[in-house]
Design a protein around this ligand. Structure first.
Ligand code: PLP
Length: 377
């Protein structure tokens, strides 16, 4: 087992009419290893409470007899509840027609590309960031322009604005807090990017998958000021719901209307819609866990620093830290049952904040590995 960033050496057979532009590519592939301590995909580590589990089961039991029917194609009840959640946690007053939901924010991203990009169109993002933005650009035939971040992983705003006006991307992606670095982009900088993107007729897409873990105000508030802004959220992280697949966006009504032209009919199943509504009813309980994870995050920062490692400041539920020989350290952690992420940034690994006991196991394992490697020198 090696870490994940190996290039695809697969040779496709002649008879397979695979698109030429896909031939050299590899699928998204965070390893799914059956290890004891899984800290590699930024999930919420707490399993669902017995009360929540009972309500989820009840909602399925009460509706299963109607599974012969297609679901509500527009997911109106779910979108109404999502609007209420955003309105109550940020300073906006969004209507249901400004929210759209799909099977994970990955489907949201794909639908945005289908509606607003494609062959001959430019899109742009600031790397290192979430690799699916670029993967979906490629799978929809869209040009992807890489704009680099500074060495502290912040966005170089003046160079960003120049690139936007030169390349005229129709979609510009900013992930904040950013994955895999954990860093946040200032709202004043985001405003500049949105304005520059408007000038070239594009949409600014702010991926806020980790917003609930951050102390910064949400960019949702900027929807009061801009038409060309789309904010993406997910229930996969803060809401402990990665297995159900629910993502959503907030934007101008016209953006949502445009997405209807390319979405698959009945894309969001009846069980998915029901389960997500139940999870939203439990938001008090789930967001309390988020607060606990923030406290754990700060503890793990302290412990990693005490080991002499540099930790990138994080507003998310994971930490990017510096370590020598990251590929070897990754493997040695795997050998003792701890899975973290090699995100392909030299000299760094990313660890998701787990339960207190998982964090202890990770830190103890890492301490031992670093001690042994010092002994060898
Ligand atoms: C985890 C993550 C997502 C979530 O994707 P889902 O399809 O909703 O599970 C989206 N964006 C970023 C930046 C992420 O890290």
């Amino acid at each position: 087992m090696s870490s994940e960033s190996s290039a695809n050496s697969y040779v496709w057979p002649e008879w397979l009419p695979l698109r030429k532009d896909l031939k050299g590519q590899s699928p998204y592939g965070a390893p799914q290893l059956p290890l004891e301590v899984k800290l590699n995909t930024n999930e919420n580590p707490f399993s669902l409470s017995p009360d929540l589990v009972a309500k989820l089961s009840e909602s399925i039991a009460n509706s299963a007899k109607d599974f012969n029917r297609y679901p509500d194609r527009d997911a109106i009840e779910l979108r109404t509840e999502l609007a209420k959640y955003l309105n109550s946690t940020t300073g906006v007053n969004l209507g249901v027609d400004q929210i759209w939901a799909a099977n994970g924010s990955n489907e949201i991203i794909q639908t945005l590309f289908l509606a607003f990009a494609g062959a001959g169109v430019n899109s742009l993002g600031f790397t290192p960031s979430y690799s699916m933005h670029e993967n979906i650009a490629r799978s929809t035939g869209t040009n992807w322009i890489v704009a680099d971040r500074l060495s502290d992983f912040n966005i170089d705003i003046s160079s960003a604005l120049t690139q936007i006006s030169k390349q005229k991307p129709k979609l510009v992606f900013i992930t904040t807090p950013n994955n895999p670095t954990g860093t946040s982009t200032k709202i004043s900088d985001i405003r500049k990017v949105i304005e520059a993107t408007a000038q070239v007729g594009g949409l600014a897409i702010i991926d806020e998958a980790y917003a609930e873990f951050s102390e910064e105000p949400s960019n949702i508030e900027l929807l009061n000021d801009y038409l060309n802004l789309v904010v993406i959220r997910t229930m996969s992280k803060a809401f402990s719901f990665a297995g159900v697949r629910v993502g959503y966006l907030a934007a101008a009504k016209e953006v949502v209307d445009a997405l209807q032209l390319v979405r698959l009919p009945y894309h969001l199943s009846t069980p998915t819609q029901l389960l997500a509504k139940v999870a939203l009813e439990f938001q008090g309980e789930l967001l309390a866990e988020v607060e606990q994870l923030k406290i754990e995050r700060n503890k793990v920062v302290g412990e990693l620093s005490a080991l002499g490692l540099t930790v990138v400041p994080s507003s998310a539920n994971f930490l990017l830290f510096s370590v020598e020989n990251e590929k070897q350290v990754w493997q040695e952690l795997v050998n003792v049952g701890v899975l973290v992420r090699d995100v392909g940034i030299a000299g760094h690994l990313r660890v998701t904040i787990g339960t207190p006991s998982e964090n202890e196991l990770f830190l103890a394992a890492l301490r031992e590995i670093l001690r042994a490697s010092k002994g060898e020198k």
